[in-house]
Design a protein around this ligand. Structure first.
Ligand code: SIN
Length: 315
Protein backbone atom coordinates (compact mmCIF):
# COMPACT_ATOMS: atom_id res chain seq x y z
CA UNK A 1 0.00 0.00 0.00
CA UNK A 2 1.28 3.40 -0.94
CA UNK A 3 -1.21 5.41 1.09
CA UNK A 4 -1.23 5.81 4.84
CA UNK A 5 -4.24 8.05 5.52
CA UNK A 6 -7.63 6.70 6.57
CA UNK A 7 -9.95 6.44 3.58
CA UNK A 8 -13.51 7.66 3.31
CA UNK A 9 -16.32 5.22 2.67
CA UNK A 10 -16.62 4.30 -0.99
CA UNK A 11 -13.06 5.31 -1.89
CA UNK A 12 -10.86 2.73 -3.57
CA UNK A 13 -7.13 2.18 -3.57
CA UNK A 14 -4.75 0.04 -5.55
CA UNK A 15 -1.69 -1.88 -4.47
CA UNK A 16 1.63 -1.63 -6.25
CA UNK A 17 0.45 -4.56 -8.31
CA UNK A 18 -2.26 -2.83 -10.31
CA UNK A 19 -4.40 -5.96 -10.51
CA UNK A 20 -4.95 -6.22 -6.79
CA UNK A 21 -7.16 -3.83 -4.97
CA UNK A 22 -8.54 -3.61 -1.47
CA UNK A 23 -12.11 -4.84 -1.37
CA UNK A 24 -13.53 -2.22 0.90
CA UNK A 25 -12.28 0.78 2.78
CA UNK A 26 -13.17 -0.96 6.02
CA UNK A 27 -10.41 -3.55 5.74
CA UNK A 28 -7.93 -0.97 4.50
CA UNK A 29 -8.66 1.33 7.40
CA UNK A 30 -8.45 -1.54 9.88
CA UNK A 31 -5.00 -2.26 8.57
CA UNK A 32 -3.95 1.36 8.85
CA UNK A 33 -5.14 1.51 12.44
CA UNK A 34 -3.97 -1.94 13.32
CA UNK A 35 -1.25 -3.26 10.99
CA UNK A 36 -1.30 -7.04 10.94
CA UNK A 37 -4.71 -6.81 12.57
CA UNK A 38 -8.28 -7.48 11.59
CA UNK A 39 -8.53 -7.98 7.85
CA UNK A 40 -5.82 -8.72 5.32
CA UNK A 41 -8.32 -9.56 2.62
CA UNK A 42 -7.63 -8.56 -0.95
CA UNK A 43 -9.42 -9.32 -4.19
CA UNK A 44 -8.20 -9.80 -7.74
CA UNK A 45 -10.68 -9.63 -10.55
CA UNK A 46 -10.73 -12.83 -12.62
CA UNK A 47 -12.22 -11.62 -15.90
CA UNK A 48 -14.31 -8.82 -17.36
CA UNK A 49 -17.65 -10.51 -16.79
CA UNK A 50 -17.62 -11.61 -13.16
CA UNK A 51 -15.55 -13.36 -10.51
CA UNK A 52 -12.79 -12.39 -8.12
CA UNK A 53 -10.11 -14.32 -6.30
CA UNK A 54 -9.94 -13.47 -2.61
CA UNK A 55 -6.71 -13.84 -0.68
CA UNK A 56 -5.68 -13.20 2.91
CA UNK A 57 -8.59 -15.09 4.46
CA UNK A 58 -8.59 -18.47 6.22
CA UNK A 59 -12.20 -19.62 6.06
CA UNK A 60 -11.63 -22.38 8.62
CA UNK A 61 -11.18 -19.72 11.34
CA UNK A 62 -13.89 -17.44 12.73
CA UNK A 63 -14.10 -14.30 10.58
CA UNK A 64 -13.89 -10.82 12.09
CA UNK A 65 -16.93 -8.62 11.47
CA UNK A 66 -14.84 -6.53 9.11
CA UNK A 67 -13.73 -9.50 7.04
CA UNK A 68 -17.25 -10.92 6.98
CA UNK A 69 -18.57 -7.56 5.76
CA UNK A 70 -15.81 -7.34 3.15
CA UNK A 71 -16.59 -10.82 1.86
CA UNK A 72 -20.29 -10.02 1.49
CA UNK A 73 -19.40 -6.72 -0.21
CA UNK A 74 -17.07 -8.50 -2.63
CA UNK A 75 -19.72 -11.15 -3.26
CA UNK A 76 -22.25 -8.48 -4.23
CA UNK A 77 -19.73 -6.81 -6.48
CA UNK A 78 -18.21 -9.85 -8.21
CA UNK A 79 -20.95 -12.56 -7.90
CA UNK A 80 -18.41 -15.40 -7.83
CA UNK A 81 -15.63 -15.50 -5.24
CA UNK A 82 -12.71 -17.94 -5.33
CA UNK A 83 -10.74 -18.71 -2.16
CA UNK A 84 -7.67 -20.85 -2.82
CA UNK A 85 -5.88 -23.27 -0.50
CA UNK A 86 -8.68 -23.71 2.04
CA UNK A 87 -9.30 -26.74 4.23
CA UNK A 88 -12.85 -26.83 5.54
CA UNK A 89 -14.49 -29.68 7.37
CA UNK A 90 -18.28 -29.87 6.89
CA UNK A 91 -18.96 -27.86 10.07
CA UNK A 92 -16.63 -25.07 8.93
CA UNK A 93 -18.20 -25.04 5.44
CA UNK A 94 -21.64 -24.69 7.05
CA UNK A 95 -20.37 -21.87 9.29
CA UNK A 96 -19.12 -20.02 6.20
CA UNK A 97 -22.40 -20.71 4.39
CA UNK A 98 -24.30 -18.99 7.24
CA UNK A 99 -22.70 -15.71 6.23
CA UNK A 100 -25.08 -15.76 3.24
CA UNK A 101 -28.17 -17.44 4.69
CA UNK A 102 -29.29 -20.45 6.68
CA UNK A 103 -27.86 -23.66 5.12
CA UNK A 104 -30.60 -25.68 3.44
CA UNK A 105 -30.97 -29.33 2.47
CA UNK A 106 -31.55 -30.06 -1.21
CA UNK A 107 -35.36 -30.33 -1.60
CA UNK A 108 -35.04 -33.21 -4.12
CA UNK A 109 -32.18 -34.97 -2.27
CA UNK A 110 -30.33 -35.38 -5.55
CA UNK A 111 -27.09 -36.64 -3.98
CA UNK A 112 -25.78 -38.36 -0.89
CA UNK A 113 -24.81 -36.07 1.95
CA UNK A 114 -21.88 -36.21 4.34
CA UNK A 115 -22.80 -38.43 7.30
CA UNK A 116 -24.38 -36.33 10.02
CA UNK A 117 -24.55 -33.23 7.79
CA UNK A 118 -27.75 -33.34 5.68
CA UNK A 119 -26.99 -29.87 4.27
CA UNK A 120 -23.60 -30.93 2.83
CA UNK A 121 -23.97 -32.74 -0.52
CA UNK A 122 -21.20 -34.89 -1.94
CA UNK A 123 -20.65 -34.38 -5.68
CA UNK A 124 -18.27 -37.04 -6.86
CA UNK A 125 -16.93 -39.00 -9.83
CA UNK A 126 -14.46 -41.71 -8.91
CA UNK A 127 -12.84 -44.60 -10.77
CA UNK A 128 -15.63 -46.91 -11.96
CA UNK A 129 -18.48 -44.55 -11.01
CA UNK A 130 -19.46 -41.39 -12.86
CA UNK A 131 -21.04 -38.50 -11.02
CA UNK A 132 -24.43 -37.17 -12.12
CA UNK A 133 -24.50 -34.56 -14.87
CA UNK A 134 -24.48 -30.86 -14.18
CA UNK A 135 -23.48 -29.89 -17.71
CA UNK A 136 -26.33 -27.53 -18.34
CA UNK A 137 -26.70 -23.84 -17.54
CA UNK A 138 -28.77 -23.32 -14.42
CA UNK A 139 -29.32 -21.33 -11.28
CA UNK A 140 -29.54 -23.77 -8.38
CA UNK A 141 -33.00 -25.08 -7.48
CA UNK A 142 -34.81 -22.16 -9.15
CA UNK A 143 -37.98 -24.29 -9.06
CA UNK A 144 -38.26 -23.59 -5.33
CA UNK A 145 -40.54 -20.81 -4.15
CA UNK A 146 -37.53 -19.36 -2.37
CA UNK A 147 -34.45 -20.55 -4.30
CA UNK A 148 -31.06 -20.50 -2.56
CA UNK A 149 -29.23 -17.19 -2.47
CA UNK A 150 -25.77 -18.72 -2.75
CA UNK A 151 -24.07 -22.06 -3.36
CA UNK A 152 -20.62 -23.05 -2.19
CA UNK A 153 -18.37 -25.78 -3.59
CA UNK A 154 -15.24 -26.92 -1.76
CA UNK A 155 -12.97 -29.07 -3.93
CA UNK A 156 -11.45 -32.14 -2.34
CA UNK A 157 -10.24 -34.01 -5.44
CA UNK A 158 -9.62 -32.58 -8.90
CA UNK A 159 -8.66 -34.27 -12.17
CA UNK A 160 -5.74 -32.44 -13.71
CA UNK A 161 -7.05 -29.79 -16.10
CA UNK A 162 -10.52 -31.36 -16.37
CA UNK A 163 -13.97 -30.69 -14.93
CA UNK A 164 -13.95 -26.88 -14.96
CA UNK A 165 -17.10 -24.98 -13.99
CA UNK A 166 -18.38 -21.96 -15.93
CA UNK A 167 -20.36 -19.03 -14.54
CA UNK A 168 -22.19 -16.22 -16.33
CA UNK A 169 -23.34 -12.80 -15.14
CA UNK A 170 -27.12 -12.36 -15.29
CA UNK A 171 -27.02 -8.63 -14.46
CA UNK A 172 -25.03 -8.09 -17.60
CA UNK A 173 -27.33 -10.43 -19.48
CA UNK A 174 -30.27 -8.19 -18.51
CA UNK A 175 -28.45 -4.92 -19.09
CA UNK A 176 -27.16 -5.85 -22.54
CA UNK A 177 -30.60 -6.67 -23.91
CA UNK A 178 -32.14 -3.99 -26.11
CA UNK A 179 -34.43 -1.53 -24.33
CA UNK A 180 -37.30 -2.98 -26.35
CA UNK A 181 -36.59 -6.49 -25.05
CA UNK A 182 -36.12 -5.21 -21.49
CA UNK A 183 -39.54 -3.52 -21.74
CA UNK A 184 -41.10 -6.73 -23.04
CA UNK A 185 -39.65 -8.83 -20.19
CA UNK A 186 -40.48 -6.28 -17.51
CA UNK A 187 -43.47 -7.62 -15.60
CA UNK A 188 -43.34 -11.07 -17.27
CA UNK A 189 -43.13 -14.17 -15.11
CA UNK A 190 -41.68 -17.58 -15.87
CA UNK A 191 -42.48 -21.08 -14.65
CA UNK A 192 -39.62 -23.11 -13.10
CA UNK A 193 -39.97 -26.87 -12.59
CA UNK A 194 -37.89 -29.68 -11.01
CA UNK A 195 -39.19 -32.22 -13.57
CA UNK A 196 -36.02 -32.11 -15.68
CA UNK A 197 -33.89 -32.97 -12.63
CA UNK A 198 -36.15 -35.92 -11.85
CA UNK A 199 -35.97 -37.19 -15.45
CA UNK A 200 -32.20 -36.89 -15.51
CA UNK A 201 -31.87 -38.81 -12.24
CA UNK A 202 -33.93 -41.64 -13.79
CA UNK A 203 -31.57 -41.76 -16.77
CA UNK A 204 -28.49 -41.71 -14.57
CA UNK A 205 -28.74 -45.01 -12.73
CA UNK A 206 -25.28 -46.02 -11.54
CA UNK A 207 -24.06 -42.46 -10.99
CA UNK A 208 -24.05 -40.55 -7.71
CA UNK A 209 -27.55 -39.21 -8.60
CA UNK A 210 -30.20 -40.46 -6.20
CA UNK A 211 -33.60 -41.48 -7.49
CA UNK A 212 -36.21 -38.72 -7.11
CA UNK A 213 -39.77 -39.96 -6.59
CA UNK A 214 -41.68 -36.70 -6.84
CA UNK A 215 -41.05 -33.02 -7.33
CA UNK A 216 -42.90 -30.15 -5.69
CA UNK A 217 -45.25 -28.09 -7.91
CA UNK A 218 -43.53 -25.60 -10.23
CA UNK A 219 -42.81 -22.07 -8.98
CA UNK A 220 -43.43 -18.84 -10.87
CA UNK A 221 -40.81 -16.09 -10.68
CA UNK A 222 -40.31 -12.69 -12.32
CA UNK A 223 -38.19 -12.88 -15.47
CA UNK A 224 -36.27 -9.82 -14.29
CA UNK A 225 -35.68 -10.01 -10.54
CA UNK A 226 -34.31 -7.34 -8.25
CA UNK A 227 -31.36 -8.43 -6.11
CA UNK A 228 -32.12 -7.65 -2.46
CA UNK A 229 -28.46 -6.88 -1.67
CA UNK A 230 -27.64 -4.59 -4.58
CA UNK A 231 -30.98 -3.33 -5.96
CA UNK A 232 -29.80 -4.36 -9.46
CA UNK A 233 -32.00 -6.27 -11.85
CA UNK A 234 -30.91 -9.67 -13.13
CA UNK A 235 -32.37 -11.92 -15.79
CA UNK A 236 -33.78 -14.92 -13.92
CA UNK A 237 -34.54 -17.70 -16.41
CA UNK A 238 -32.36 -20.73 -17.09
CA UNK A 239 -32.41 -23.53 -19.68
CA UNK A 240 -32.70 -26.36 -17.14
CA UNK A 241 -35.51 -25.36 -14.78
CA UNK A 242 -37.45 -22.69 -16.69
CA UNK A 243 -40.11 -24.42 -18.77
CA UNK A 244 -42.27 -21.55 -20.04
CA UNK A 245 -43.42 -17.99 -19.55
CA UNK A 246 -46.49 -17.63 -17.36
CA UNK A 247 -49.66 -17.73 -19.52
CA UNK A 248 -47.83 -19.17 -22.55
CA UNK A 249 -47.29 -22.73 -23.80
CA UNK A 250 -43.87 -24.37 -23.78
CA UNK A 251 -43.80 -24.23 -27.60
CA UNK A 252 -44.58 -20.50 -27.58
CA UNK A 253 -41.99 -19.84 -24.87
CA UNK A 254 -39.13 -21.91 -26.29
CA UNK A 255 -37.79 -19.48 -28.95
CA UNK A 256 -37.45 -16.58 -26.52
CA UNK A 257 -36.08 -18.78 -23.70
CA UNK A 258 -33.52 -20.19 -26.16
CA UNK A 259 -32.54 -16.69 -27.24
CA UNK A 260 -32.13 -15.51 -23.63
CA UNK A 261 -29.97 -18.54 -22.78
CA UNK A 262 -27.75 -17.97 -25.80
CA UNK A 263 -27.51 -14.24 -25.03
CA UNK A 264 -26.62 -14.86 -21.36
CA UNK A 265 -23.86 -17.37 -22.03
CA UNK A 266 -21.86 -15.56 -24.70
CA UNK A 267 -18.13 -16.01 -24.03
CA UNK A 268 -17.62 -12.39 -22.96
CA UNK A 269 -20.20 -12.91 -20.20
CA UNK A 270 -18.57 -16.05 -18.79
CA UNK A 271 -15.87 -16.91 -16.24
CA UNK A 272 -14.45 -20.45 -16.46
CA UNK A 273 -13.04 -21.77 -13.20
CA UNK A 274 -10.21 -24.28 -13.28
CA UNK A 275 -10.33 -26.18 -10.00
CA UNK A 276 -7.48 -26.94 -7.62
CA UNK A 277 -7.78 -28.99 -4.46
CA UNK A 278 -8.65 -26.66 -1.58
CA UNK A 279 -10.65 -24.16 -3.64
CA UNK A 280 -13.79 -22.75 -2.09
CA UNK A 281 -15.99 -21.12 -4.72
CA UNK A 282 -19.19 -19.29 -3.84
CA UNK A 283 -21.67 -17.99 -6.40
CA UNK A 284 -24.78 -15.86 -6.26
CA UNK A 285 -27.74 -17.83 -7.62
CA UNK A 286 -29.78 -14.61 -7.90
CA UNK A 287 -27.46 -13.11 -10.50
CA UNK A 288 -25.53 -15.97 -12.13
CA UNK A 289 -25.98 -19.30 -13.89
CA UNK A 290 -23.36 -22.05 -13.88
CA UNK A 291 -22.40 -25.10 -15.98
CA UNK A 292 -20.17 -28.00 -14.89
CA UNK A 293 -18.08 -29.14 -17.86
CA UNK A 294 -18.06 -32.92 -18.28
CA UNK A 295 -14.88 -33.50 -20.25
CA UNK A 296 -13.80 -36.52 -18.19
CA UNK A 297 -14.76 -40.16 -17.76
CA UNK A 298 -14.91 -42.57 -14.84
CA UNK A 299 -11.16 -43.07 -14.68
CA UNK A 300 -10.67 -39.85 -12.72
CA UNK A 301 -11.48 -38.63 -9.22
CA UNK A 302 -13.39 -35.36 -8.86
CA UNK A 303 -15.00 -34.56 -5.54
CA UNK A 304 -16.66 -31.52 -4.02
CA UNK A 305 -18.74 -30.77 -0.97
CA UNK A 306 -21.65 -28.49 -1.82
CA UNK A 307 -23.71 -26.31 0.51
CA UNK A 308 -26.47 -23.83 -0.28
CA UNK A 309 -27.66 -20.80 1.67
CA UNK A 310 -31.41 -20.17 1.80
CA UNK A 311 -32.76 -17.27 -0.21
CA UNK A 312 -35.90 -15.20 -0.47
CA UNK A 313 -38.84 -15.26 -2.85
CA UNK A 314 -37.67 -13.51 -6.05
CA UNK A 315 -39.31 -10.12 -6.70
C1 SIN B 1 -23.41 -27.81 -9.37
O1 SIN B 1 -23.98 -27.55 -10.43
O2 SIN B 1 -23.88 -27.51 -8.28
C2 SIN B 1 -22.07 -28.53 -9.38
C3 SIN B 1 -21.08 -27.83 -10.21
C4 SIN B 1 -19.81 -28.63 -10.39
O3 SIN B 1 -19.76 -29.84 -10.11
O4 SIN B 1 -18.83 -28.05 -10.85
Amino acid sequence: MMRSEILRAGERVRTADAEHCVVSVASYNDRQRNPGGLSMMETRRLCGALGAEVSGVDLSKPLSNTTARDIVGAFHEHLVLVFRGQSLDPAAQLAFTRLFGEPSEHPLRTRANVDGYPEVLVIETRPGRMGARNDYWHSDISHQECPPSASILHSLAVPDGLGDTMFCNMYRAAETLSTGMQRLLDGMEAVHSGEATMRRAEQEEGTDALRIDSVPPPATHPVLRTHPGTGRRALFVNPHFTVSFEGMTQEESAPLLDYLAEHSTRPENVYRHRWAVGDVVIWDNRATMHYAIRDYDDTIHRKHHRTTASGERPV
